[in-house]
Design a protein around this ligand. Sequence first.
Ligand SMILES: [Zn+2]
Length: 597
Amino acid sequence: MSAFAGRRVVFLVLVAGAGLLGIWWWQTSAPALNLLMITLDTTRADRLGAWGGPVGLTPILDDLAKRGIVFERAYAPVPITLPSHASLMTGLYPPEHGLRVNNGVNRLGADIPVLAELLGKHGYRTGAFVGAFVLDSQFGLDRGFEHYDDEMSSDHVAADGDAHGHRMRAGQDVVSASLAWLTGRRREHFFCWVHLFDPHTPYSPREELFGEKYRDRPYDAGVACVDRQVGRLLDFLKRHGLEQRTVVVVAGDHGESLGEHGERTHGYTLYDATMQVPLLIRLPGNDPPARRVAVPVSLVDVFPTLLELLKIDAPSGCSGRTLVPAVRGEQLDSAACYAETNHPFEEAGAAPLRCLLTDRWKYIRSPRRELYDLSNDPRELRNVAEFRSAEVDELEAVLQEQEARFVQRDAPTIVLSPPDRRKLASLGYLGGNAAETVTEEQLPDIKDLLPHINAHSDAQGLMRTGEFQSAIGLLEPVVHAAPDYFQAWFNLGVCFQQLNQIAAAEQALQRAVEIDGNAPARIALSKLYLSQQRVDQAMPQLEAAIRLEPNSVEGQFLLGVAYRLQGLDQEARRQYQRVLQQDPEFLPAHQALKELP
Ligand SMILES: [Zn+2]
Protein backbone atom coordinates (compact mmCIF):
# COMPACT_ATOMS: atom_id res chain seq x y z
CA MET A 1 0.00 0.00 0.00
CA SER A 2 1.40 3.36 -0.96
CA ALA A 3 1.79 6.11 1.59
CA PHE A 4 -0.99 7.98 -0.18
CA ALA A 5 -3.43 5.08 0.12
CA GLY A 6 -2.43 4.77 3.75
CA ARG A 7 -3.45 8.38 4.32
CA ARG A 8 -6.86 7.74 2.79
CA VAL A 9 -7.52 4.94 5.22
CA VAL A 10 -6.51 7.30 7.98
CA PHE A 11 -8.91 9.89 6.59
CA LEU A 12 -11.80 7.42 6.77
CA VAL A 13 -10.91 6.64 10.35
CA LEU A 14 -10.91 10.35 11.04
CA VAL A 15 -14.39 11.02 9.69
CA ALA A 16 -15.79 7.92 11.37
CA GLY A 17 -15.91 9.67 14.70
CA ALA A 18 -14.90 13.03 16.07
CA GLY A 19 -13.58 11.33 19.19
CA LEU A 20 -10.91 9.68 17.11
CA LEU A 21 -9.56 12.96 15.82
CA GLY A 22 -6.70 12.96 18.24
CA ILE A 23 -5.53 9.50 17.40
CA TRP A 24 -5.53 9.50 13.61
CA TRP A 25 -1.75 9.54 13.57
CA TRP A 26 -1.87 6.59 15.87
CA GLN A 27 -3.76 4.45 13.36
CA THR A 28 -1.31 4.97 10.58
CA SER A 29 0.90 1.96 10.05
CA ALA A 30 3.51 3.44 7.74
CA PRO A 31 5.83 5.09 7.24
CA ALA A 32 7.78 4.88 10.50
CA LEU A 33 8.25 8.17 12.26
CA ASN A 34 11.40 10.22 12.73
CA LEU A 35 12.31 11.60 16.11
CA LEU A 36 13.79 15.02 16.77
CA MET A 37 14.67 15.55 20.41
CA ILE A 38 15.73 19.03 21.49
CA THR A 39 17.01 19.48 25.04
CA LEU A 40 17.17 22.95 26.50
CA ASP A 41 19.85 23.21 29.16
CA THR A 42 19.25 25.30 32.27
CA THR A 43 15.85 26.45 31.02
CA ARG A 44 13.21 27.31 33.60
CA ALA A 45 9.73 26.29 32.54
CA ASP A 46 8.41 29.68 33.63
CA ARG A 47 10.56 31.50 31.08
CA LEU A 48 8.52 30.07 28.23
CA GLY A 49 5.30 31.84 27.37
CA ALA A 50 3.50 28.49 27.15
CA TRP A 51 4.27 27.99 30.84
CA GLY A 52 3.28 31.50 31.87
CA GLY A 53 6.58 33.16 31.05
CA PRO A 54 7.16 36.64 29.66
CA VAL A 55 5.32 37.39 26.43
CA GLY A 56 7.56 37.46 23.39
CA LEU A 57 10.64 35.81 24.86
CA THR A 58 10.09 32.42 23.22
CA PRO A 59 7.69 32.96 20.28
CA ILE A 60 8.79 29.85 18.40
CA LEU A 61 8.50 27.45 21.32
CA ASP A 62 5.18 29.03 22.30
CA ASP A 63 3.87 28.47 18.81
CA LEU A 64 5.10 24.88 18.88
CA ALA A 65 3.34 24.42 22.22
CA LYS A 66 0.06 25.53 20.63
CA ARG A 67 0.45 22.64 18.19
CA GLY A 68 1.60 20.04 20.67
CA ILE A 69 1.08 18.26 23.96
CA VAL A 70 2.26 20.55 26.74
CA PHE A 71 3.15 18.99 30.07
CA GLU A 72 2.48 21.87 32.42
CA ARG A 73 4.21 20.23 35.37
CA ALA A 74 7.21 18.25 34.13
CA TYR A 75 10.02 17.57 36.58
CA ALA A 76 13.68 16.77 36.25
CA PRO A 77 14.77 13.83 38.44
CA VAL A 78 18.00 15.66 39.31
CA PRO A 79 19.05 19.28 38.70
CA ILE A 80 22.32 18.42 36.95
CA THR A 81 22.98 18.09 33.22
CA LEU A 82 24.56 14.66 32.78
CA PRO A 83 22.41 12.61 35.17
CA SER A 84 19.24 14.35 34.03
CA HIS A 85 19.97 13.62 30.38
CA ALA A 86 20.81 10.03 31.34
CA SER A 87 17.33 9.70 32.87
CA LEU A 88 15.78 11.16 29.74
CA MET A 89 17.59 8.64 27.55
CA THR A 90 17.01 5.57 29.76
CA GLY A 91 13.74 6.07 31.63
CA LEU A 92 15.65 5.37 34.83
CA TYR A 93 16.05 7.49 37.95
CA PRO A 94 19.63 8.44 38.89
CA PRO A 95 20.07 5.68 41.51
CA GLU A 96 19.14 3.18 38.79
CA HIS A 97 21.42 4.40 36.00
CA GLY A 98 24.20 5.27 38.44
CA LEU A 99 25.10 8.74 37.13
CA ARG A 100 24.37 10.84 40.18
CA VAL A 101 26.97 13.60 40.09
CA ASN A 102 28.38 15.87 37.46
CA ASN A 103 32.05 15.49 38.12
CA GLY A 104 32.81 13.27 35.17
CA VAL A 105 33.86 10.32 37.26
CA ASN A 106 31.02 8.08 36.16
CA ARG A 107 30.10 6.65 32.83
CA LEU A 108 26.73 5.22 31.91
CA GLY A 109 26.86 1.42 32.27
CA ALA A 110 27.08 -0.46 28.98
CA ASP A 111 24.24 -2.82 29.90
CA ILE A 112 21.61 -0.11 30.34
CA PRO A 113 19.24 0.18 27.37
CA VAL A 114 19.38 3.65 25.84
CA LEU A 115 17.02 5.28 23.38
CA ALA A 116 19.54 5.71 20.55
CA GLU A 117 20.61 2.08 20.66
CA LEU A 118 17.02 0.82 20.59
CA LEU A 119 16.16 3.08 17.67
CA GLY A 120 19.35 2.17 15.86
CA LYS A 121 18.36 -1.51 16.07
CA HIS A 122 15.10 -0.57 14.37
CA GLY A 123 16.87 0.93 11.41
CA TYR A 124 17.05 4.53 12.50
CA ARG A 125 19.98 6.71 11.53
CA THR A 126 21.11 8.29 14.78
CA GLY A 127 22.92 11.57 15.34
CA ALA A 128 23.56 13.66 18.46
CA PHE A 129 24.83 17.22 18.69
CA VAL A 130 25.69 18.45 22.16
CA GLY A 131 26.60 21.93 23.35
CA ALA A 132 28.71 21.24 26.43
CA PHE A 133 31.61 19.11 27.58
CA VAL A 134 29.54 17.70 30.44
CA LEU A 135 27.81 15.53 27.81
CA ASP A 136 31.08 14.48 26.20
CA SER A 137 31.03 10.98 24.71
CA GLN A 138 33.32 9.67 27.45
CA PHE A 139 30.36 9.83 29.87
CA GLY A 140 28.53 7.20 27.87
CA LEU A 141 25.50 8.96 26.39
CA ASP A 142 27.03 8.42 22.95
CA ARG A 143 26.11 4.73 22.93
CA GLY A 144 23.83 3.94 20.01
CA PHE A 145 24.56 7.15 18.13
CA GLU A 146 26.36 6.49 14.88
CA HIS A 147 27.34 10.15 14.88
CA TYR A 148 27.99 11.89 18.22
CA ASP A 149 29.16 15.45 17.75
CA ASP A 150 30.68 16.74 20.97
CA GLU A 151 33.31 18.89 19.34
CA MET A 152 33.95 21.84 21.67
CA SER A 153 36.03 24.75 20.58
CA SER A 154 38.48 25.60 23.34
CA ASP A 155 37.71 29.31 23.07
CA HIS A 156 34.29 28.64 24.52
CA VAL A 157 35.55 27.62 27.93
CA ALA A 158 33.32 29.41 30.39
CA ALA A 159 34.96 32.03 32.54
CA ASP A 160 32.57 31.46 35.43
CA GLY A 161 35.18 29.70 37.49
CA ASP A 162 33.19 26.52 37.73
CA ALA A 163 35.36 23.75 39.11
CA HIS A 164 34.47 21.55 36.16
CA GLY A 165 35.43 24.13 33.55
CA HIS A 166 32.33 24.19 31.43
CA ARG A 167 33.43 23.85 27.86
CA MET A 168 30.59 24.76 25.61
CA ARG A 169 29.61 25.90 22.16
CA ALA A 170 26.87 28.19 20.97
CA GLY A 171 23.51 26.74 19.99
CA GLN A 172 23.99 28.37 16.60
CA ASP A 173 26.95 26.06 15.94
CA VAL A 174 25.24 22.99 17.41
CA VAL A 175 22.20 23.48 15.19
CA SER A 176 24.29 24.19 12.09
CA ALA A 177 26.10 20.89 12.63
CA SER A 178 22.83 19.03 13.18
CA LEU A 179 21.24 20.53 10.05
CA ALA A 180 24.20 19.45 7.96
CA TRP A 181 23.75 15.91 9.23
CA LEU A 182 19.97 15.96 8.85
CA THR A 183 20.27 17.14 5.26
CA GLY A 184 21.98 13.88 4.39
CA ARG A 185 19.44 11.77 6.33
CA ARG A 186 16.18 13.40 5.43
CA ARG A 187 15.08 10.57 3.19
CA GLU A 188 15.81 7.97 5.87
CA HIS A 189 14.36 7.42 9.32
CA PHE A 190 16.32 9.42 11.79
CA PHE A 191 16.64 10.09 15.48
CA CYS A 192 18.38 13.38 15.99
CA TRP A 193 19.19 14.79 19.44
CA VAL A 194 20.16 18.44 19.68
CA HIS A 195 21.36 19.87 23.00
CA LEU A 196 21.31 23.65 23.42
CA PHE A 197 23.40 25.08 26.25
CA ASP A 198 23.04 28.85 25.76
CA PRO A 199 21.04 29.69 28.93
CA HIS A 200 23.80 28.26 31.16
CA THR A 201 26.27 30.52 32.96
CA PRO A 202 28.12 32.68 32.12
CA TYR A 203 25.08 34.71 31.11
CA SER A 204 25.46 37.20 28.32
CA PRO A 205 22.95 39.78 27.04
CA ARG A 206 24.01 38.71 23.52
CA GLU A 207 24.04 42.30 22.30
CA GLU A 208 25.18 41.17 18.86
CA LEU A 209 21.76 39.53 18.49
CA PHE A 210 19.43 41.56 20.68
CA GLY A 211 21.05 44.97 21.20
CA GLU A 212 20.25 46.39 24.65
CA LYS A 213 17.08 44.36 25.08
CA TYR A 214 18.40 41.88 27.64
CA ARG A 215 21.04 44.02 29.26
CA ASP A 216 19.38 43.74 32.67
CA ARG A 217 18.29 40.11 32.32
CA PRO A 218 21.06 38.29 30.47
CA TYR A 219 19.75 34.86 31.47
CA ASP A 220 16.69 35.55 29.33
CA ALA A 221 18.96 36.30 26.37
CA GLY A 222 20.19 32.70 26.53
CA VAL A 223 16.60 31.46 26.51
CA ALA A 224 15.78 33.74 23.56
CA CYS A 225 18.81 32.31 21.76
CA VAL A 226 17.65 28.72 22.08
CA ASP A 227 14.20 29.73 20.88
CA ARG A 228 15.73 31.00 17.65
CA GLN A 229 17.73 27.83 17.22
CA VAL A 230 14.66 25.66 17.73
CA GLY A 231 13.14 27.77 14.96
CA ARG A 232 15.91 26.80 12.55
CA LEU A 233 15.29 23.11 13.24
CA LEU A 234 11.53 23.42 12.79
CA ASP A 235 12.02 25.39 9.57
CA PHE A 236 14.13 22.54 8.27
CA LEU A 237 11.38 20.01 8.99
CA LYS A 238 8.82 22.22 7.31
CA ARG A 239 10.95 22.96 4.27
CA HIS A 240 11.52 19.27 3.62
CA GLY A 241 8.00 18.09 4.35
CA LEU A 242 9.26 16.22 7.41
CA GLU A 243 6.64 17.61 9.79
CA GLN A 244 4.33 14.88 8.47
CA ARG A 245 6.46 12.09 9.82
CA THR A 246 8.54 13.49 12.65
CA VAL A 247 7.81 13.44 16.37
CA VAL A 248 9.37 16.51 17.96
CA VAL A 249 10.07 16.47 21.67
CA VAL A 250 11.42 19.46 23.56
CA ALA A 251 12.61 18.99 27.13
CA GLY A 252 14.56 21.00 29.66
CA ASP A 253 17.20 19.16 31.72
CA HIS A 254 16.78 21.40 34.81
CA GLY A 255 16.07 25.05 35.51
CA GLU A 256 18.03 27.84 37.17
CA SER A 257 17.45 29.38 40.59
CA LEU A 258 18.48 32.94 39.73
CA GLY A 259 18.73 33.75 43.43
CA GLU A 260 15.53 32.08 44.61
CA HIS A 261 15.91 30.29 47.94
CA GLY A 262 19.44 31.66 48.17
CA GLU A 263 20.77 29.62 45.24
CA ARG A 264 22.25 31.34 42.21
CA THR A 265 22.44 28.60 39.60
CA HIS A 266 21.40 24.96 40.01
CA GLY A 267 22.40 21.68 41.56
CA TYR A 268 22.19 22.40 45.29
CA THR A 269 18.43 22.53 45.81
CA LEU A 270 15.25 20.79 44.64
CA TYR A 271 12.82 23.69 44.39
CA ASP A 272 10.70 24.20 41.29
CA ALA A 273 13.01 26.93 39.98
CA THR A 274 15.50 24.20 39.08
CA MET A 275 13.26 21.14 38.97
CA GLN A 276 10.32 22.18 36.84
CA VAL A 277 11.22 22.00 33.18
CA PRO A 278 9.54 22.57 29.85
CA LEU A 279 8.34 19.37 28.20
CA LEU A 280 6.30 19.20 25.04
CA ILE A 281 5.69 16.69 22.30
CA ARG A 282 4.57 17.65 18.84
CA LEU A 283 3.06 14.79 16.91
CA PRO A 284 3.46 14.44 13.16
CA GLY A 285 0.97 15.94 10.75
CA ASN A 286 -0.31 19.25 9.49
CA ASP A 287 -2.72 19.80 12.31
CA PRO A 288 -1.60 17.56 15.16
CA PRO A 289 -3.57 17.30 18.39
CA ALA A 290 -2.84 20.00 20.91
CA ARG A 291 -3.57 19.80 24.60
CA ARG A 292 -2.25 20.64 28.01
CA VAL A 293 -1.60 18.03 30.68
CA ALA A 294 -1.73 19.21 34.29
CA VAL A 295 -0.69 16.01 36.09
CA PRO A 296 2.94 16.05 37.32
CA VAL A 297 5.25 13.95 35.16
CA SER A 298 8.96 13.19 35.27
CA LEU A 299 11.61 13.25 32.57
CA VAL A 300 11.99 9.49 33.16
CA ASP A 301 8.56 9.15 31.51
CA VAL A 302 9.84 10.48 28.19
CA PHE A 303 11.74 7.29 27.25
CA PRO A 304 8.78 4.83 27.40
CA THR A 305 6.49 7.46 25.89
CA LEU A 306 8.66 7.99 22.82
CA LEU A 307 9.18 4.27 22.33
CA GLU A 308 5.44 3.70 22.39
CA LEU A 309 4.86 6.54 19.94
CA LEU A 310 7.44 4.97 17.63
CA LYS A 311 5.90 1.52 18.18
CA ILE A 312 9.01 0.02 19.69
CA ASP A 313 8.77 -2.16 22.79
CA ALA A 314 10.23 -0.59 25.90
CA PRO A 315 12.71 -2.78 27.79
CA SER A 316 11.60 -4.11 31.14
CA GLY A 317 12.72 -2.50 34.34
CA CYS A 318 12.07 1.06 33.27
CA SER A 319 10.91 3.37 36.06
CA GLY A 320 9.27 5.86 33.77
CA ARG A 321 5.67 5.37 32.71
CA THR A 322 4.19 5.98 29.32
CA LEU A 323 2.43 9.30 28.87
CA VAL A 324 0.71 8.14 25.68
CA PRO A 325 -2.74 8.10 27.33
CA ALA A 326 -2.31 11.83 27.98
CA VAL A 327 -1.10 12.28 24.42
CA ARG A 328 -4.32 10.61 23.25
CA GLY A 329 -6.34 12.93 25.43
CA GLU A 330 -7.17 10.37 28.11
CA GLN A 331 -6.92 11.03 31.81
CA LEU A 332 -3.47 10.34 33.22
CA ASP A 333 -3.36 8.92 36.73
CA SER A 334 -1.44 10.86 39.31
CA ALA A 335 1.88 9.33 40.27
CA ALA A 336 4.54 10.62 42.64
CA CYS A 337 7.78 11.88 41.06
CA TYR A 338 11.12 11.19 42.71
CA ALA A 339 14.07 13.60 42.57
CA GLU A 340 17.45 13.87 44.21
CA THR A 341 20.69 15.77 44.33
CA ASN A 342 24.04 14.67 45.73
CA HIS A 343 25.61 17.96 44.68
CA PRO A 344 25.44 19.49 48.20
CA PHE A 345 27.49 16.57 49.48
CA GLU A 346 29.91 16.33 46.58
CA GLU A 347 30.66 20.03 46.53
CA ALA A 348 30.32 21.19 50.09
CA GLY A 349 29.99 18.19 52.39
CA ALA A 350 26.31 18.96 53.12
CA ALA A 351 23.58 16.33 53.27
CA PRO A 352 22.33 15.11 49.92
CA LEU A 353 18.65 15.82 49.22
CA ARG A 354 15.81 13.48 48.27
CA CYS A 355 12.39 14.60 47.16
CA LEU A 356 8.94 13.28 46.47
CA LEU A 357 6.45 15.31 44.53
CA THR A 358 2.74 14.63 44.32
CA ASP A 359 -0.17 16.58 42.87
CA ARG A 360 -0.33 18.72 45.95
CA TRP A 361 2.84 18.28 48.01
CA LYS A 362 6.55 18.59 47.65
CA TYR A 363 8.47 16.83 50.38
CA ILE A 364 12.23 17.30 50.62
CA ARG A 365 14.25 15.05 52.89
CA SER A 366 17.05 17.13 54.35
CA PRO A 367 18.41 17.60 57.88
CA ARG A 368 15.61 20.14 58.39
CA ARG A 369 12.79 18.52 56.44
CA GLU A 370 10.66 20.57 54.12
CA LEU A 371 7.08 20.28 52.98
CA TYR A 372 5.39 22.67 50.60
CA ASP A 373 1.73 22.79 49.72
CA LEU A 374 2.03 23.54 46.03
CA SER A 375 -1.72 24.05 45.69
CA ASN A 376 -1.50 27.36 47.51
CA ASP A 377 2.26 27.99 47.75
CA PRO A 378 3.64 27.31 44.26
CA ARG A 379 6.82 29.28 44.93
CA GLU A 380 7.61 27.10 47.95
CA LEU A 381 7.96 29.98 50.36
CA ARG A 382 6.32 28.41 53.44
CA ASN A 383 7.80 25.21 54.81
CA VAL A 384 4.88 23.57 56.62
CA ALA A 385 6.70 20.39 57.69
CA GLU A 386 6.44 21.41 61.33
CA PHE A 387 2.66 21.69 61.19
CA ARG A 388 1.99 18.74 58.94
CA SER A 389 3.84 15.89 60.56
CA ALA A 390 1.28 13.31 59.42
CA GLU A 391 1.84 14.26 55.78
CA VAL A 392 5.60 14.33 56.29
CA ASP A 393 5.56 10.83 57.79
CA GLU A 394 3.38 9.51 55.04
CA LEU A 395 5.49 11.03 52.26
CA GLU A 396 8.69 9.84 53.91
CA ALA A 397 7.25 6.32 53.96
CA VAL A 398 6.35 6.53 50.26
CA LEU A 399 9.82 7.89 49.51
CA GLN A 400 11.40 4.96 51.34
CA GLU A 401 9.23 2.52 49.42
CA GLN A 402 10.31 4.15 46.18
CA GLU A 403 13.98 3.94 47.18
CA ALA A 404 13.57 0.29 48.12
CA ARG A 405 12.25 -0.42 44.62
CA PHE A 406 15.31 1.05 42.91
CA VAL A 407 17.76 -1.48 41.55
CA GLN A 408 20.85 0.58 42.23
CA ARG A 409 23.90 0.59 39.99
CA ASP A 410 27.44 1.53 40.95
CA ALA A 411 25.98 3.65 43.64
CA PRO A 412 25.92 2.25 47.12
CA THR A 413 24.18 4.53 49.59
CA ILE A 414 26.16 7.68 49.76
CA VAL A 415 26.95 7.54 53.45
CA LEU A 416 28.51 4.11 53.39
CA SER A 417 30.65 4.02 50.24
CA PRO A 418 34.37 4.06 51.08
CA PRO A 419 35.24 7.52 49.70
CA ASP A 420 32.18 9.01 51.34
CA ARG A 421 33.07 7.31 54.58
CA ARG A 422 36.47 8.98 54.37
CA LYS A 423 34.81 12.32 53.68
CA LEU A 424 32.54 11.89 56.64
CA ALA A 425 35.49 10.98 58.81
CA SER A 426 37.30 14.12 57.79
CA LEU A 427 34.19 16.10 58.66
CA GLY A 428 34.32 14.75 62.16
CA TYR A 429 31.07 12.84 61.84
CA LEU A 430 32.60 9.38 62.18
CA GLY A 431 33.60 8.96 65.78
CA GLY A 432 35.26 5.59 66.54
CA ASN A 433 33.37 2.76 64.85
CA ALA A 434 30.12 4.60 64.66
CA ALA A 435 30.05 4.69 60.86
CA GLU A 436 26.87 2.63 60.56
CA THR A 437 24.98 4.95 62.84
CA VAL A 438 25.85 8.10 60.92
CA THR A 439 22.87 9.44 59.06
CA GLU A 440 22.47 12.14 56.53
CA GLU A 441 20.65 14.21 59.13
CA GLN A 442 23.96 14.71 60.91
CA LEU A 443 25.54 16.43 57.94
CA PRO A 444 25.18 20.19 57.50
CA ASP A 445 21.98 21.33 55.84
CA ILE A 446 22.62 22.87 52.44
CA LYS A 447 20.15 25.62 53.34
CA ASP A 448 22.71 26.88 55.85
CA LEU A 449 25.65 26.61 53.47
CA LEU A 450 24.23 28.38 50.43
CA PRO A 451 25.45 31.83 51.57
CA HIS A 452 28.96 30.34 51.86
CA ILE A 453 28.71 28.72 48.46
CA ASN A 454 27.79 32.12 47.05
CA ALA A 455 30.71 33.74 48.88
CA HIS A 456 33.00 31.11 47.39
CA SER A 457 31.69 31.95 43.96
CA ASP A 458 32.37 35.66 44.61
CA ALA A 459 35.89 34.76 45.73
CA GLN A 460 36.46 32.97 42.45
CA GLY A 461 35.44 36.17 40.68
CA LEU A 462 38.03 38.11 42.70
CA MET A 463 40.70 35.54 41.91
CA ARG A 464 40.08 36.00 38.22
CA THR A 465 40.85 39.71 38.59
CA GLY A 466 43.91 39.04 40.73
CA GLU A 467 42.39 40.29 44.00
CA PHE A 468 43.75 37.44 46.11
CA GLN A 469 43.75 39.21 49.47
CA SER A 470 40.06 40.09 49.11
CA ALA A 471 39.33 36.54 48.00
CA ILE A 472 41.01 35.20 51.16
CA GLY A 473 38.78 37.52 53.18
CA LEU A 474 35.75 35.75 51.69
CA LEU A 475 37.13 32.21 51.75
CA GLU A 476 38.28 32.04 55.36
CA PRO A 477 34.76 32.27 56.84
CA VAL A 478 33.60 29.78 54.20
CA VAL A 479 36.02 27.01 55.21
CA HIS A 480 35.25 27.71 58.84
CA ALA A 481 31.52 27.19 58.24
CA ALA A 482 31.94 24.33 55.74
CA PRO A 483 35.08 22.47 56.81
CA ASP A 484 34.63 19.80 54.10
CA TYR A 485 34.29 22.23 51.21
CA PHE A 486 37.10 20.99 48.98
CA GLN A 487 37.01 23.72 46.35
CA ALA A 488 37.05 26.50 48.96
CA TRP A 489 40.16 25.04 50.64
CA PHE A 490 41.79 24.54 47.28
CA ASN A 491 41.17 28.12 46.20
CA LEU A 492 42.28 29.42 49.57
CA GLY A 493 45.57 27.58 49.07
CA VAL A 494 45.95 29.03 45.59
CA CYS A 495 45.34 32.57 46.92
CA PHE A 496 47.91 32.22 49.69
CA GLN A 497 50.39 30.83 47.22
CA GLN A 498 49.85 33.77 44.90
CA LEU A 499 50.65 36.09 47.80
CA ASN A 500 53.70 33.99 48.67
CA GLN A 501 52.30 33.07 52.09
CA ILE A 502 53.74 29.59 51.91
CA ALA A 503 52.84 28.17 55.32
CA ALA A 504 49.19 29.18 54.99
CA ALA A 505 49.07 27.91 51.41
CA GLU A 506 50.53 24.57 52.46
CA GLN A 507 48.01 24.16 55.26
CA ALA A 508 45.04 24.92 52.98
CA LEU A 509 46.21 22.65 50.17
CA GLN A 510 46.97 19.82 52.60
CA ARG A 511 43.41 20.13 53.84
CA ALA A 512 42.11 20.03 50.28
CA VAL A 513 44.10 16.83 49.61
CA GLU A 514 42.77 15.35 52.85
CA ILE A 515 39.17 16.01 51.80
CA ASP A 516 39.57 14.82 48.23
CA GLY A 517 42.96 13.49 47.15
CA ASN A 518 42.32 14.25 43.49
CA ALA A 519 45.06 14.99 40.99
CA PRO A 520 44.65 18.80 40.75
CA ALA A 521 44.92 19.18 44.53
CA ARG A 522 48.01 16.97 44.72
CA ILE A 523 49.58 18.77 41.78
CA ALA A 524 49.00 22.16 43.41
CA LEU A 525 50.53 20.92 46.65
CA SER A 526 53.55 19.36 44.95
CA LYS A 527 54.09 22.54 42.96
CA LEU A 528 54.23 24.44 46.21
CA TYR A 529 56.75 21.97 47.67
CA LEU A 530 58.90 22.14 44.53
CA SER A 531 58.96 25.95 44.70
CA GLN A 532 60.52 25.42 48.15
CA GLN A 533 62.97 22.76 46.87
CA ARG A 534 61.18 20.24 49.11
CA VAL A 535 61.47 17.37 46.64
CA ASP A 536 60.97 14.62 49.23
CA GLN A 537 57.56 15.98 50.12
CA ALA A 538 56.63 16.73 46.53
CA MET A 539 57.38 13.27 45.12
CA PRO A 540 54.67 11.20 46.88
CA GLN A 541 52.01 13.76 45.96
CA LEU A 542 53.21 13.93 42.38
CA GLU A 543 53.35 10.19 41.97
CA ALA A 544 49.86 9.82 43.39
CA ALA A 545 48.58 12.55 41.05
CA ILE A 546 50.12 10.87 38.01
CA ARG A 547 48.66 7.53 39.05
CA LEU A 548 45.25 9.21 39.13
CA GLU A 549 45.71 11.17 35.92
CA PRO A 550 48.56 9.75 33.83
CA ASN A 551 47.88 12.24 31.05
CA SER A 552 48.18 15.32 33.23
CA VAL A 553 50.69 17.44 31.34
CA GLU A 554 51.32 19.59 34.37
CA GLY A 555 51.91 16.57 36.58
CA GLN A 556 54.35 15.09 34.08
CA PHE A 557 56.12 18.42 33.77
CA LEU A 558 56.49 18.81 37.52
CA LEU A 559 58.04 15.35 37.64
CA GLY A 560 60.73 16.75 35.30
CA VAL A 561 61.20 19.69 37.63
CA ALA A 562 61.62 17.29 40.55
CA TYR A 563 64.30 15.32 38.62
CA ARG A 564 66.12 18.55 37.86
CA LEU A 565 66.10 19.56 41.52
CA GLN A 566 67.59 16.17 42.35
CA GLY A 567 70.36 16.77 39.81
CA LEU A 568 69.01 14.07 37.47
CA ASP A 569 69.37 16.18 34.34
CA GLN A 570 69.10 13.32 31.84
CA GLU A 571 65.85 12.12 33.40
CA ALA A 572 64.60 15.70 33.49
CA ARG A 573 65.35 16.14 29.78
CA ARG A 574 63.54 12.94 28.85
CA GLN A 575 60.60 13.96 31.00
CA TYR A 576 60.31 17.43 29.39
CA GLN A 577 60.51 15.83 25.96
CA ARG A 578 57.77 13.43 26.90
CA VAL A 579 55.60 16.38 27.95
CA LEU A 580 56.21 18.09 24.60
CA GLN A 581 55.28 14.96 22.71
CA GLN A 582 52.00 15.05 24.54
CA ASP A 583 51.48 18.80 24.19
CA PRO A 584 53.92 20.51 21.80
CA GLU A 585 52.70 23.93 22.91
CA PHE A 586 53.39 23.50 26.62
CA LEU A 587 55.67 26.53 27.07
CA PRO A 588 57.12 25.78 30.52
CA ALA A 589 58.65 22.58 29.09
CA HIS A 590 60.27 24.50 26.23
CA GLN A 591 61.67 26.97 28.73
CA ALA A 592 62.90 24.26 31.09
CA LEU A 593 64.68 22.44 28.25
CA LYS A 594 66.56 25.62 27.39
CA GLU A 595 67.66 25.99 30.99
CA LEU A 596 69.15 22.52 31.18
CA PRO A 597 72.95 22.47 31.02
ZN1 LIG B 1 22.11 21.23 32.36
